[in-house]
Design a protein around this ligand. Sequence first.
Ligand code: ADP
Length: 410
Amino acid sequence: MMKLAELIEQNIEELAILDSLDAGKLLSVGKSTDIPGAAELLRYYAGAADKIHGQVLKMSRPLQAYTLMEPIGVVGHIIPWNFPTSLFFTKVSPALAAGCTMVVKPAEQTPLSALYYAHLAKLAGVPDGVLNVVTGFGHTAGAAISHHMDIDMVSFTGSTEVGREIMKAAASSNLKHVSLELGGKSPLIVFDDADVDLASDIALLGFTFNKGEVCAASTRLYVQEGIYDEFEKKLVEKAKALLIGDPFDPQVRYGPQVDKVQFEKILSYIEHGKREGATLLTGGKPIGDKGYYIQPTIFTNVKENMMMVKDEIFGPVVGLMKFKSVEEAIERANESKYGLAAGIMTKDLNVANTVSRSVRAGSVWINCYFGIDNDCPFGGYKMSGFGKDFGLDALHKLKGISSTIHARST
Ligand code: ADP
């Protein structure tokens, strides 16, 4: 794993280019974050590989026993297209450390870097058969994994609809373990005492990072009434000033949506939002007539029962809402079928604590956003799925526990 991390670092530029070509991701972010981050994650789990212990048990009868933490078996990793490198290693690194063998199915839109990683793994000395990459479509290659009788676990990141199919397939085949990191519609709550400049920067990042193709994007934006007008003005100004274009240009803030299907889906949500009576503050249109670029889009006068506020759009679109009290913010933030992440902007420690414990979200970020880290478990509640990625929790879910029990004479 250490050797593979080194090989990745020797090929950063090339790997980042593959992800930019496949997914329209910013080359600068790939080079500075996604690719080096993959090497760091491999090292994090490599360090954990020899620290996985069982227990010696105190038995009530004349027996003695210990537990072994064993690899859970063959793991199928089915990953989406928005973070081809990061999600490949989010899945593969703990599985290698846990001693599992695996089949990885990258998304059909973004298979290139996964194939390169399979090649680097071979060069690093990962034995044949341990890390297998199978490209293909979801309903064929993906379904073959989730229905397979010899696969012991499926670890999936993707949409809630496909997550449901995978769970059904697991149940109707061999009852394989399932771990699901699914959709989100995460709230960012900005209180009156927040620094409006910082809060509007974070809000902008929250719905435009990676062109909004992020499961934890903050796409429900709740702003307290005292600073609402100032906040709205700043956010709109900043959104209008964003440079969108060629993902290979280091000045650009985001590139094109991944493909035509996604591009059209986002635009149809925008049109639907207008028909539902939401007010478009800025954006709402494609940029130019070549490539799948969409303007950063901000709606106001939106309500929790509108489709654009209920559904995950997976594009640079946000709904801005005004609230009065802490209680109202909590109640409205929880009005979602998802529970992946939430953000809070406030200087008041009591408010931060109360809200973070009351909002049902797997990750709550205070005065920051996308605080994802190797050591910190990530994964949601409700229809955002179950089973954590990152941290030691991700390692433990890939372990089975077997007990060995001996008779003893006294
Ligand atoms: P998104 O909505 O982000 O495109 P999907 O959930 O459709 O995400 O796809 C994520 C991954 O799941 C991809 O690798 C895709 O090929 C795979 N997939 C899609 N449908 C199925 C299915 N029925 N069974 C297994 N995998 C699937």
